[in-house]
Write a protein of this length. Structure first.
Length: 426
């Protein structure tokens, strides 16, 4: 039989270089959805009798357009899932994961990350899934699986292709590798069809995670449940009692020490506010996303209730023709620290920051001070609507969804701001 082996489309975890191997896994991002649609055209003219996918949602989303076009159902086989990362799930650090796979190739089939799987466990369930597909009697079938799993299975089970080519050749999202044969007679290589997309396979040099600044979309999608507000990932949770909240903070501290990356924490009775940002970079990085996902697991395990509507970041903006003349006064009168030439911050990180917006020309009629109110992107329109319903006036929505300019009945202005359509650090 002919077997088409397809890697799933791109996900936010691919972009953030996170070890996303557990069920259900990340959804496809917009690029990945587009890649899934192109499979329909790329496979036009190829006879396919049946479609299969792993139990991670991204593989099923990848094959869905093809299934609709061909009028075929999709059989989900758990054995086709990715090689499990165990303790390193959702980590941006790939060293142990890649190291264990490399050990398999060198003969140590027992190598694995704690909580993951060794070579015998992986090949037993993957071979069984392939055997089920072959036993169904198809002339040609297509399966959508995962990068590491496909590469390891091809290297071990497919002839007619050099091991060096399997290991070194690009296996980007929605690459299609074609083989022919059977479990009994073996499998032979036929074709390796790629598309021109960035390779996410970690055998390529992996940049130091601390140095990777994530875009707003990457940071937001990489940490479900958290909200990107004013250049930081935030999570507010409510707990039944103060001891419950304190116990959660203690558990967060233990996780943070384990990974060597620490959040800012604010506790007010039974409400806990956490925020993360890599200070050395001045932006959200995969280290923050990794910590955020570990903390989200603690929230789920310990029974906390996320409160995204409680996340608000406030900045005071002063419009001026000469920021250098104003900054020293406000620095002195507030007792704030100068974070940049035009930015003052509360050293306790409790009060709003103060920044100075350079004007091109004097503005004698309009107020010269306004508030920037940073909110979760998915709650911004509701916040704007509430302000308008409370007597506010929409001054401008030219830059929405980055920000809306509103005014109270006296003309005092506030901007409702999100990360959308701007860089993560802004």
């Amino acid at each position: 039989m002919r077997l088409y082996l397809v890697r799933h489309g791109r996900t936010p975890s691919n972009v953030a270089r996170l070890l996303d191997t557990a069920v259900p896994g990340a959804d496809l991002d917009p690029v990945g959805s587009g890649q899934a649609r192109t499979l329909v055209e790329r496979l036009d003219g190829h006879a396919i009798d049946a479609l299969y996918a792993s139990d991670l949602v991204r593989t099923q989303q990848t094959v869905a357009p093809l299934a609709e076009h061909r009028g075929l159902g999709v059989t989900v086989l758990g054995g086709l899932r990715e090689i499990q990362a165990g303790e390193d799930e959702m980590s941006p650090l790939w060293e142990r994961y890649v190291g264990s796979l490399r050990s398999w190739g060198q003969g140590d089939r027992s190598a694995k990350i704690p909580g993951g799987e060794d070579a015998d466990e992986f090949f037993a369930r993957y071979d069984d899934a392939i055997a089920q597909i072959a036993a169904a009697g198809h002339d040609a079938a297509l399966l959508v699986s995962h990068g590491a799993a496909l590469r390891m299975w091809i290297a071990a089970r497919v002839g007619g292709i050099d091991l060096a080519e399997v290991v070194g050749r690009r296996l980007g999202n929605t690459t299609v590798v074609t083989v022919e044969g059977s479990p009994e007679d073996g499998w032979e290589y036929v074709d390796w069809n790629e598309i021109d997309e960035p390779d996410e396979w970690p055998s390529a040099p992996t940049p130091t995670p601390e140095l990777i600044e994530l875009s707003g979309a990457e940071a937001s999608a990489g940490a479900p449940g958290w909200r990107l507000v004013a250049g930081r990932l935030h999570l507010v949770t409510d707990w039944p009692t103060f001891p419950d909240a304190a116990g959660f903070v203690a558990a967060v501290a233990e996780v943070a020490e384990t990974v060597g990356h620490h959040p800012d924490v604010d506790v007010r009775y039974a409400r806990v506010h956490l925020s993360v940002r890599t200070h050395g970079v001045g932006a959200v990085t995969p280290l923050d996303v990794d910590l955020a996902n570990r903390v989200s697991m603690l929230v789920h395990e310990r029974g906390g209730r996320p409160v995204p509507e409680a996340i608000t970041g406030v900045e005071v903006a002063i419009d001026t023709l000469d920021a250098a003349a104003l900054v020293p006064f406000w620095e002195a009168v507030l007792g704030y620290d100068r974070a940049d030439d035009d930015l003052l911050v509360d050293p306790q990180r409790l009060g709003p920051s103060l920044w100075f917006q350079e004007l091109d020309e004097a503005r004698p009629v309009r107020n010269r001070i306004h508030l920037d109110v940073h909110v979760a992107h998915d709650l911004a329109e509701a916040r704007v609507a509430a302000a308008l319903a409370a007597g506010g006036r929409l001054v401008s929505e030219e830059y929405a969804p980055s920000w809306w300019v509103l005014a109270d009945p006296d003309g005092n202005e506030a901007c409702v701001c999100t990360w959308q359509e701007r860089d993560a650090g802004e």
